[in-house]
Design a protein. Sequence first.
Length: 636
Amino acid sequence: MEGKFYITTPIYYVNDVPHIGHAYTTVAADILARFNRMMGRSVFFLTGTDEHGQKVFKAAQAAGLSAHDHTDKLCENFKNLWTRLDITHDAFIRTTDKGHIEIVQELLQRLYDKGEIVKRRYEGWYCTHDERFWTDKDVKDRNCPDCGRAVEKIEEENYFFLMSKYHEALVNHIKNNPGCIMPESRRNEVLGFLRTNALGDLCISRPHQRLSWGVPMPFDKGYVTYVWFDALINYYSATLYKSENKAWWPASVHLVGKDILTTHAVFWSTMLMALEMPLPERLFAHGWWTMEGQKMSKSVGNVVDPFELIQRFGADALRYFLFREVPFGLDGDYSEGALIGRINTDLANDLGNLASRSFAMLNKYFDGKTPNPDAVEIELKTLSEGILLKIDALLEELAFQKALDEIWALVTYLNKYIDTNKPWVLAKSKETEGKLRTVMYSLMEGLRFVSLYLYPFMPKSMAALYRGLTDGDIANVNLKAVSTWGLLGKDKQTGEIGQLFPRIDTEAKPQPPKAAAATSEKDEGQMNITDIIDIADFAKVKLKTARVLAAEAVKGSNKLIRLTVDSGEQRQVVAGIGKHYTPEQLVGKTVVIVANLKPAKLMGVESQGMVLAASDSEGLALITLDREIPPGAQVK
Ligand code: ME8
């Protein structure tokens, strides 16, 4: 198909809580899909959920639901997030779709008939949690190298995909197609892996009694397909049953995180080779977001919730931040301070102010109508028009940050242009009327280019800006056709754009003193919180859930209790709550502690944190949770 662009995200495990990492990959795909549509290319953008596997099955059982009902419910979490983030996917695939299952079975049968799949006796270390086998070499101390859980030795017959046959062909493919795995470092990683490891055959079945929630092997109903074999095929199956036009394969870009590079670069590529199908044109493995240096995980409780960020800061701000902050491909560390910094500096100051000043001046000097310029500002015209080719090339390489740099050069230029030309001075004299018309026209025309180029990154606000300028719908423009200087035209009545990016006020509102922290006898019940702190200051305080494992009164004190708690790690905390709680009442409770407080000695006993409690005239009440949460979860 001429000018086609087929882009995919991983299909996310349906039982995961969607977090900022999932949002990252999907927004990246959305930016590319939107940009390519604007360039007049035919786009198919696919995302979805990975729904098979024993973990999902067990979670359904625990929730008292059938696996089907359970996954129906869970996949809505992802669909909702994509709506909130303005994701424009063309199709949403679920691996439990009938259409998908039929195609997986058809491909399995084809491979089996060709002799690419054989049955063998197999012995290996099996990790039930990860649903995968490991070799003797991988397993240290009988623990899974991936999740650290105990593995068990299993001997059974299974079906194998003869992946080893394709070792050399895969190496040649990667060597002959330099752009097929990106970034370059990831390509080298895969080549390095293939240089030092002989590719084995891949066990692609699980006995039905061990893994019931999967796609049955078409040639042996006693087995189901290994989840990855099922999942990877989504990229192809969706083109057949999720789209009218069935000619999308091969994909232009598979976007994945670096965690699943091997499954894509090795398993998927060799599966396609065995099927004699074309390989994807590009596999891009981006970096990993951490939360203040730590891996995000449900059990640690430090998962950055995109729903919350969208609610507080807006989808556009989050979309912008993710791609402005870190070069795509490298790892990034999330902090709210950095996000707010970007919003206030880049969006509210640079861009939002530029737009609101320009519209305000146009209203004041020309009743909101674009004037007839006296001259063409050649430098500004060249800069504005020239960006298109640059960002087209940069986005082809998925260099989002560099593309934003190019667009920001125009934002910066326009801000300087106002400062240098001072329209408010030009407006004072009849003699400079012509110049004022040129300056105001050029500003508005420059803003039109800004809205067009930034639209894929921040669709809502840039659609509003474009509508304010042209009364047109940006979603339907062809970028090549409209990126010519002068198309804004004179005598155009501009509209309202409102405040595009409100500044985030980092000053907390004063609160009446309510909470009290129970730490020492001196502090107890008397802490007044009257000083206003910055959100960044608050973010420094790490609050965590902690389960009380043991408690005893500190000798010589009638208030202090020494607690041994599990807060993700074991520690000792001394709390001044002895007048209100007996040690026995505390054991087993989940409380909230300040986890990063400098250790201090209270009556000679070291306290590695502080237990939170509220107080009133009747005494103290510990801060507890209204449902069970694992110890070590972050409290925000
Ligand atoms: O692996 N930083 O699904 P998954 C950046 N079902 N990206 C992150 C991230 C983080 N901290 N956490 C997750 C699976 N991601 C399989 C895929 S595809 C045929 C099957 C993103 O729910 C990133 O794209 O674990 C990563 O590759 C993906 O979510 C993993 O999603």
